[in-house]
Write a protein that binds this ligand. Structure first.
Ligand code: ATP
Ligand code: MG
Length: 264
């Protein structure tokens, strides 16, 4: 007998969000199964970061629902969201480190915020996380002394220090050279394979997407345009998906560029 599928860790139902008169999410339905790494792709401005922020209650939907396991979270107040946020790490698009704190204190920050006061426990959790992201030697350095790739790794350490069930990665490799980007990919794989963490990765970096993703979703026009396996995306003939994956402008975009007249 086959096992029934595990219930989703996160789920959104008919999620709608506008800013002013501009609709961004127009009825998104998605489920995220435990242990699976989902990659979300889609054009700039299509609402990928907005979707991630709804999953941790940083934004409230106009309509629709957000669930973490059996808890509906889109209406919870900040206090009730606390225990849910502990289960969901967030790597922000800009690493968002505290520049006045050492690497160690940056990583320890969520522990202290969540009331871990025993400094021996804090030190051992920080040391373990630094090993996981390969930055043992950086404990006492300041963020300004680090490269972009190292800063991302500190942010990854901070996202995982509370031992969440799930991590949301918003463009984890953007701005890094291919080697540094691959170090981040390896850390994401390590979190997923060694620690069983569910991943949701928003990215424009297709090499990274294919390396870490078990499942792909493309957002377009405020909707889920396509959902499938990496192979289904690789071989997909849909022009919107193909152009995005190959990095080609559409005929309309090229016509608009010619229309702008700079190269006349
Ligand atoms: N707090 C906000 N107030 C007003 N508009 C917002 C807010 N957050 C996002 N938006 C708008 O929502 C749209 C989607 O933004 P979002 O940041 O989710 O795009 P994205 O898909 O993550 O793009 P990128 O790939 O460039 O990061 C954009 O038009 C953005 O200007
Ligand atoms: Mg974004």
């Amino acid at each position: 007998m086959t096992e029934p599928p595990a219930p989703p860790l996160l789920r959104v139902q008919n999620l709608c969000k506008s800013f002013g008169r501009k609709p961004v999410l127009r009825g998104i339905n998605l489920e995220f199964a435990p242990g699976v790494t989902t990659v979300i792709i889609g054009p700039s401005g299509c609402g990928k970061s907005v979707l991630l922020k709804h999953l941790v209650g940083l934004l409230r939907p106009d309509r629709g629902e957000v669930w973490f396991q059996n808890t509906r979270i889109d209406r919870l107040d900040e206090t009730s969201l606390g225990p849910i946020r502990r289960e969901i790490g967030f790597l922000f698009q800009q690493s968002a480190l505290f520049d006045s704190m050492t690497v160690g204190d940056n990583i320890a920050f969520p522990l202290r915020e969540h009331g871990v006061e025993d400094e021996t426990i804090v030190a051992s959790r920080v040391a373990r996380v630094l090993r996981l992201v390969g930055l043992e030697q950086c404990l006492n350095q300041m963020p300004a002394e680090l490269s972009g790739g190292q800063r991302k790794r500190v942010a990854l350490g901070r996202a995982i220090v509370l031992e969440p069930r799930c991590i949301l990665y918003d463009e984890p490799t953007t701005g890094l050279d291919p080697i540094r980007a691959d170090v981040i990919n390896e850390i994401i794989l390590r979190f997923s394979r060694k620690l069983g963490i569910t991943g949701i990765v928003v990215t424009h970096d297709m090499a990274s997407a294919f390396k870490v993703g078990d499942r792909f979703i493309m957002l377009h026009g405020g909707k889920v345009h396509l959902e499938g396996t990496p192979d289904e995306f690789r071989t997909c003939q849909d022009p919107v998906v193909r152009r995005f994956m190959l990095g080609e402008a559409s005929p309309e975009e090229l016509a608009a560029l010619r229309g702008s007249g700079d190269d006349a």
